[in-house]
Design a protein around this ligand. Sequence first.
Ligand SMILES: Cc1cc2nc3c(=O)[nH]c(=O)nc-3n(C[C@H](O)[C@H](O)[C@H](O)COP(=O)(O)OP(=O)(O)OC[C@H]3O[C@@H](n4cnc5c(N)ncnc54)[C@H](O)[C@@H]3O)c2cc1C
Ligand code: SF4
Length: 487
Amino acid sequence: MGKITGFLEYERLEEEHEPKEARRKHYHEFYLRLSDEAAGTQGARCMDCGIPFCMSGCPVNNIIPDFNDLVYQQDWQRAIETLHSTNNFPEFTGRVCPAPCEEACVLRINDDAVGIKSIEHAIIDKAWEEGWVRPQPAAHRTGKKVAIVGSGPAGLACAQQLARAGHEVTVFEKSDRIGGLLRYGIPDFKLDKSVIDRRLEQMRSEGVAFRTSTFVGEQSPARGVGSDATESVAPQQLLAEFDAVVLCGGSEQPRDLPVPGRELDGVHFAMEFLPLQNKRVAGDRGVKDLWASGKHVVIIGGGDTGSDCVGTSNRHGAKSVTQIELLERPKDMEFNESWPYWPQRLRTSASHEEGVERDWSIATRAFLGENGKLKALRAVRLEWKNGKMSEVAGSEFELPAELVLLAMGFVSPLQSMLEELGVEKDARGNAKAATEGPGCYATSVPKVFAAGDTRRGQSLVVWAIREGRQCARAVDEFLMGFSELPR
Ligand SMILES: Cc1cc2nc3c(=O)[nH]c(=O)nc-3n(C[C@H](O)[C@H](O)[C@H](O)COP(=O)(O)OP(=O)(O)OC[C@H]3O[C@@H](n4cnc5c(N)ncnc54)[C@H](O)[C@@H]3O)c2cc1C
Ligand code: SF4
């Protein structure tokens, strides 16, 4: 512990950021990492608790008290070594993780939590600036070949770990660029794509091969699921050519809202809208014309995806942006009521701060249009009692809407590849595989493994990284009989 009285002397520091009026005009990141000095002061607030609840709150079990202390001591090189020992990509989590570690911080019982995420962000960005993040190619090659399907954070973490263990790794991706939802879900203003590109350069130098625009499977992706694939590979071919196959295809099948008027021009899944903007920012030409500009936009669904639609619609110059949610408005809890667990409370993202009308306990009954074009939606208010909802009599109302974005979550991974391989599924249609014990991450099909959202259902970047790392160790053990990779 660096400074014994730090938590008494210093207040939590937030990262500097651009005012909302200015940032609404562009798609760049607008949070600046803490200065070295500010991060040191923030690290000094850590109490180095006997039981570091923050570490169990963090899905990759980052060794938080150690890097807090190292940053307080300005020993940045050891801080990045500590951070990289549990997390392949702290630059992603330091930007987009909802930081369950901070909810579990002991200081949060009666004060503001240590700004762990901002310290993580500062460590990794400084490490890149200083040139400390270098390729770590394997000392020996094993001659074993592994195919990974899907290039999101789970696939990338798994690929990097396996390449460093000496295996020949090829990542197959149906999109035209690598990164999964980091690339084509999360907007650039939350995660600049150059942050992914520099990591991919490191991975290429470590021997990872990437095959983009390649769909693994024989059937086309289902409705609502994007694909830029120009070629396909049969799953059986992967089984024949590789020693192990890892499924990291995410959970892309969006939840639909089959009410009257669903077919109207103007009703879209969020993931038909968000990736287009990322492609425009990347400089692509001929991107499909789907804009929020000058429109009344209604976003259905209150989670991360909905919030990203709010930020993107405002940047397009929407006439109005409204976000509605079926569930009731979360109660404002006492701040320590649920400690050390994740509290149910109203969360206001940076995109929400930029401007949105939010409303809860609303069910959409129909989409209304003229000449095939969306004009409004009809909805009804709900009352929630003991977890059950009922409609409030006479509460029906209409909202003007020229663009509706459905952001109500994702029901399952793409089923076609799982079915073509004959992989057993759980009750929700995810690839079935345990995460503990012998044979963990292995599916019901010999030499086929699964990790990330494809296995656990739509989740978080940090959970995908955890599963990718743990799955890599399971694959390494399967191929070699033992593994020195960390779990
Ligand atoms: C809009 C949006 C915003 C989000 N924001 C956040 C956030 O701020 N913070 C956070 O922690 N989490 C966020 N999430 C969740 C997070 O992005 C996911 O949990 C995480 O990316 C899952 O990682 P993954 O590697 O399992 O899958 P994915 O990132 O979904 O990657 C899977 C990849 O597999 C490819 N693929 C699938 N099937 C095939 C096939 N048959 N052949 C070839 N390729 C295939 C897909 O094209 C995709 O690129 C967000 C999700 C969305 C949709
Ligand atoms: S990865 Fe997320 S939970 Fe873990 S330390 Fe970083 S911000 Fe906290």
